[in-house]
Design a protein around this ligand. Structure first.
Ligand SMILES: C[S@@+](CC[C@H](N)C(=O)[O-])C[C@H]1O[C@@H](n2cnc3c(N)ncnc32)[C@H](O)[C@@H]1O
Length: 233
């Protein structure tokens, strides 16, 4: 990975969004001190932001390589739900031509994040201004993306080619939160990719459901599915 612009605050967000990037030493410290102290104090001083940035972008390029087996990325309207810092979107931008990214995210960091299923969808680890800065400073044309705050903005209304939600939709919170919105913005050529522990449930919702990856050995014990043909009821 080439050099990447990354601030300390961005690196801190990355470690919340992708905690597999924490070193074993930092994981131990977080276990002992708890998330709040770790996020607010330790990760401010004990991480190398550049190292985190490089490892994050390597991971996002790996994600892109595996998605590229199923999706072709030129000239596409892409919706990203819960993109985190949007390293994947930056990788797509750098490697392919003429895609537009609509990004839906939350704009706060929960004080005490409980990883796993969040029934009320209160958990979030992002700052929209930092996502914007990350993308622009790393070379993305500002006319090629728009970020929407899930809690306060009208969400984008258009039919998307691809909807991508890695470790967010149905991984941290119920798919049904987005169901009505997706029905309005799904065409017969739209494909959606997300991570879930209940792939069979989605056979009732989509005509086509394919498992493209199974995570057993990492913190994410889930299956990645690609679906098309959203049924209307
Ligand atoms: C585990 S992180 C994954 C980030 C990124 N997709 C990745 O793979 O690195 C989950 C993300 O979902 C976001 N999120 C939580 N609730 C959301 C919602 N209702 N809509 C959009 N994003 C949400 C969080 O703020 C966080 O950035």
């Amino acid at each position: 990975m080439r050099s990447i612009f990354i601030s300390r605050e961005m690196a801190q967000l990355i470690l919340l969004q992708r905690n597999e990037l924490l070193t074993p030493f930092l994981k131990k410290i977080r276990k002992v001190l708890g998330r709040y102290l770790f996020t607010n104090f330790i990760s401010k001083y004990f991480i190398s932001k550049n190292q985190v940035g490089i490892e994050y972008m390597n991971l996002m390029e790996y994600e892109l390589r595996s998605l590229s087996k199923y999706l072709s990325f030129n000239d596409k309207n892409i919706l990203s739900i819960g993109s985190g810092l949007s390293g994947l979107e930056l990788s797509i931008y750098k490697n392919y031509k003429n895609n537009f990214f609509s990004i839906i995210e939350k704009n706060y960091v929960s004080q005490k994040v409980v990883y796993g299923w969040d029934k009320n969808n209160n958990e979030a680890y992002n700052r929209i201004s930092l996502v914007e800065k990350f993308l622009i400073q790393n070379g993305m044309d500002e006319n090629k993306f728009k970020i929407y705050n899930y809690d306060s903005d009208n969400l984008p209304e258009k039919s998307f080619d691809y909807i991508i939600s890695l470790y967010s939709l149905d991984y941290h919170y119920d798919f049904n939160l987005y169901y009505e919105y997706l029905k309005k913005n799904f065409s017969n050529k739209t494909k959606i990719i997300f991570d879930t522990i209940r792939p069979d449930y989605f056979k009732k919702i989509f005509t086509n459901v394919d498992i493209i990856n199974i995570e057993e050995n990492t913190v994410h014990k889930s299956k990645r599915i690609i679906c098309s043909g959203l049924k209307s009821n």
